[in-house]
Ligand binder design. Sequence first.
Ligand code: HEM
Length: 457
Amino acid sequence: MRLSPACPVFDVAGAAAGGGLLRVSEQGARRFGDIFRLRFEDGSETLLLAAAEHVGQWHGQSDAFEKDFDHLPTSAALTRLLLGPSLLTARQGEEWSRMRKQMTTLMRLASPWFTRCLASATQTLLEEVESRSDDPRGIPLMPLAIDWAVRSVCGPILGPDVPHSAAVDLVESLQSCFLVMTGLSSTQAQDYRALPSFVEAKAKIDRVLEATMASARNGGDTIAAACLSTLPSGLDEHEQKDAVGSVVIGLIAASLHINALALVWTLASLARYPTLAKRIADESAGVGLSAADQVTKTPLAFAAVRETQRLYPALPFIERRLARDMVFSGYSAPAGTMVLFANWLIHRDPRYWTEPKSYDAARFLPRASQVPNSYFPFGVGPRTCSGMNLVFQQLTFASRALLTRFDLALADGTRPGDLMPIMQVNLEPRGDIWVQVRPRRHHTSPIRPINEGTAHA
Ligand code: HEM
């Protein structure tokens, strides 16, 4: 089978410069509709799919859509180079399946240790916001969100024996190592093991992994422990450390920035809609930290988090390779064709969403109906995000905690263009987002510690 020649081609090189894949896909969809071939400068082609019906095909026949491990996104490829395969970059097989099962269960149950990390991360966020609440310039959201993400993501992954300062150190050295490695020529990349930044990052990773393994061997409810429990018996301590290390560091590298961005987009959206923010504050009074509570007792906060993920999905395109011949909207596509599912377009398509560009949390309230397969910020099929439940709990709780205590508004330092999404490795705001915070009138007392057992947002 050959890719149907009748399927229209959108020449990326000829598209208006400066917009990246977001604009290219929008231009292509305006010209050709919800299926077309993207032809890149090197002559390669990817089939862009932008109808809920295509996502339904992915849902129904997920074995026909393989992850492409030969062309991983830069961050995942570098993690694999640095550490070996992690859960994200492991091919589907028995080991992947065991590990995924353990991890997904752990994240769904949101263990007491995860809850403690979230409570402490959010407590620090509130204290930082409070300490800067009278700054007339406001507060930039990204540094706050990064700190919150390191605390709320690294804790559950690494465990209680790794102090926050070591996690920060690890994240910084991973970042600098990635920066150096992305700038290497392909010949230099072959000798990456001799690079000072690689050697330094590897030494820090090793130190953190020693402490991580200590927690994991104590059987704590950490992601590292879940991972350790799935390893085949007979591995020595070094082999166990290598195997667990590649998974946990790979997870940190892939999910930390995404989580921070998700908090930035959520708070930036809520800062624009004070009435919604006030309603969330009201519904949150006296509600605890548990994931179950957020669905039943604070549905609006949860809905706002989901609406934010509709408009600002961290991964606006998800790539797959066809494992067998398929037909999409009448066009044939042979096995081996690369396809790009465009949640960026589907999440904003007026066929599926009323006034799709408006931010309207009510779309996600429990009784609201949705067109099937029109919402997939966490992917589709067997490789959907294992962290989804954890992420929803984290974002909903942090937003509730902040809105209960503070009024948020965009500060003058945020220019209108800064909120425009741009695609880097993930979907990011184009500029720095600054918010002005004011304690809500009934919350003038100092912030009390969040107690994770009976925590009140
Ligand atoms: C807002 C935050 C996040 C978003 C939007 C997100 C989104 C996604 C998406 C779209 C995928 C599927 C990619 C594909 O199909 O190719 C994915 C995979 C994954 N995510 Fe997330 N993610 C987030 C945060 C996290 C966090 C915090 C963790 C863990 C601590 C995590 C763990 C994973 C894992 C392990 C996979 C791979 C699953 C597999 O291949 O079996 N994610 N994520």
